[in-house]
Design a protein around this ligand. Sequence first.
Ligand code: NAP
Ligand code: MG
Length: 403
Amino acid sequence: MKEKIQMTTPLVEMDGDEMTRILWKMIKDELILPFVDLKSEYYDLGLMKRDETNDQITIDSAEATKKYGVAVKCATITPNAQRMTEYNLHEMWKSPNGTIRSILDGTVFRTPIIIDSIKPVVKNWELPITIARHAYGDVYKSVELRVEEPGVAKLVFDGESGKHDEVVIQNFKGAGVLQGMHNVDKSIRSFAHSCFKFALDRGESLWFSTKDTISKKYDAQFRIIFDEVFQEYKDEFDKRGLEYFYTLIDDAVARVIRSKGGFIWACKNYDGDVMSDMVSTAFGSLAMMTSVLVSPDGNYEYEAAHGTVTRHYYKYLKGEETSTNPMATIFAWSGALRKRGEKDGNKALKNFGDQLEGACFDTLNEGICTKDLVNLMEGITPKPVNSADFIAAIRERLEKRLA
Ligand code: NAP
Ligand code: MG
């Protein structure tokens, strides 16, 4: 057996719930620990531990991510009424992802894992398209009114200095609806920094789109801030032959559909909500979608985009065999280890991240896959296996690559 790869700085490890917690252990035991002398600061974000610590563990794990700069996270349950009874919870704890995102002030980037035998619905897409969604404000923090009679609606601002601004929204002749929404420069600026940093990280161009021809103050402010922040990154973009490209949202949609892929598309909150569902569906499978949270100061938290796969977990508890796809969770590990390697100048660790992903592709390219992919594969005979056998097949190929 070759010597294990050494690490100099710990990785923040956030464990999670249900089926993904089972996969987490299998991935560590089979694909990480035999090869890497893993240094990690472990936080158990499983729902029981969150309840036991009044969710302090989630806050601590986010603070640790700020300290060490790289984290890998397992999917976690966001409690609802049914989970309150199932886990006998003290409180309906907030989504851990929401808590971590607000502490890191980060942006979430979702990227599909692409393989030759799964063709995207859009046939000219050859490379992944990453969607970055601004996760603050707009319609998600708006207030609304239903008006039922004629009258005047106004937008009013009273500044602390005594400055007063008002504009008429509409002179209603009858019943209608009203909505007030906002955003803040600080959040837009953080979003822009995360996007430019992540574009350099992936070596891909960045597209950004709004509707600033119609929204001349609101959407225009997004464009202005992106332009400003870009000045800090422009030299590096030029040096790397990358582009920052701003266009109208409707033009962006048309170009995205005609493109080959291979870029990052930054979207305002609502556009990102809608477009990320469209893009991930067109690429094939939620089980093959990775997610990374990037803070404006360059901290990274890697995870799978899917949830804890509850339906499979209940089957697993009954002793039934499950064929849950571990790809996105494995790529969270490979992404985090590669980033740790990059930050520490640890070439062996960085290479390990690449080889682990390579071994996953070797396996899928031979048709060995989990059940969810069987009906998506073309031009190859799928050989469906359970999760454990799939991970074992990856390990075999990883050992060959590292020999
Ligand atoms: P989910 O866990 O993503 O699963 C939904 C369905 O998608 C599954 O039932 C399965 O379909 C398919 N699927 C997802 N990932 C798969 C994989 N790796 N391999 C094979 N099939 C996969 O979403 P959910 O059932 O709505 O949510 C379950 C729990 O996850 C909830 O408690 C929610 O709060 C949590 N959640 C967490 C995160 C996060 O931590 N980032 C994100 C979303 C949801 P079939 O049943 O048809 O096989
Ligand atoms: Mg959505």
